[in-house]
Design a protein around this ligand. Structure first.
Ligand code: TYD
Length: 232
């Protein structure tokens, strides 16, 4: 099923099986933002700045990062990022997805249900870009229903893609030790960037692509203006 456009949370009737597609959705009062981009694009800074700005306006904001954000998710994160681990592509997709499923049930859905704003530093678009395009594992057509299964139908209300060229992002990452994902090389990152650009072109209602090669303040203002229009 195409991702829902509504603000959605897990339905109590959802039994976790693939059989029950499409997952019935209930309305929630919260707003769900996600940030995407290649490593070094500056998206984590922007996610944090949006959270700070919304808190200053007295909103309850819950920040999450992927993979992670739950006990299980943090353990999966160490497995995924450890350069010592050899992980085949299919297992990589399933591990990221397992961490996401746990995060949705434990943190994101309850927060949206009580009316909070959730800001996710990466969500399922990362799997489409990194595993789908970067690793060449799956097409968007296959991944769309898969992501719906993983998140029980939950889709961000707005996704900000921070677009930056691969060379500038690599310079920004600098000399820090590359984790397992960051060892993919330039061609890997070029496929990921292209996948994000395609996503923004294909889903203009949800996804907003912003130029990452501009001062962080100006970028933060653009994100904030858009987000404010959504949360009021
Ligand atoms: P992290 O250090 O959090 O990077 P960043 O600060 O850029 O988000 O590591 C997360 C890494 O995992 C990053 O390289 C992107 C990758 N990733 C995937 O490949 N697929 C996914 O579904 C997610 C959530 C992350």
């Amino acid at each position: 099923m195409p991702h829902g456009r509504r603000r959605a949370v897990l339905s109590p009737s959802y039994d976790g099986s693939l059989r029950c597609f499409p997952t019935p959705l209930t309305m929630a009062s919260g707003t769900f933002f996600s940030f995407e981009g290649i490593d070094g694009s500056g998206k984590s800074t922007q996610a944090r700045r949006l959270a700070d700005a919304l808190r200053q306006r007295e909103h309850e904001v819950v920040e999450v990062r992927e993979p992670g954000g739950t006990d299980l998710g943090e353990r999966i994160r160490s497995l995924l990022l450890d350069p010592e681990n050899h992980i085949v592509g299919r297992a990589e997709l399933l591990l990221f997805s397992a961490a996401r499923a746990q995060l949705v049930d434990e943190v994101i859905a309850p927060a949206l249900n009580r009316g909070a704003i959730v800001i996710a530093d990466r969500f399922f678009d990362s799997s489409s870009a990194y595993q789908g395009a970067g690793r060449g594992l799956a097409t968007p057509e296959w991944l769309t229903p898969f992501h719906s299964f993983v998140t029980a139908g939950l889709t961000p209300d707005r996704t900000y893609v921070i677009d930056l060229d691969v060379e500038t992002a690599a310079r920004r990452r600098g000399a820090r030790d590359a984790d397992r994902m960051e060892r993919g090389g330039d061609a890997f990152y070029r496929r990921i960037r292209e996948a994000y650009r395609q996503l923004a072109a294909d889903d203009t209602r949800r996804v907003l692509s912003l130029d990452g090669d501009q001062p962080a303040d100006r970028l933060a203002d653009q994100v904030f203006a858009d987000a404010l229009a959504m949360v009021g």
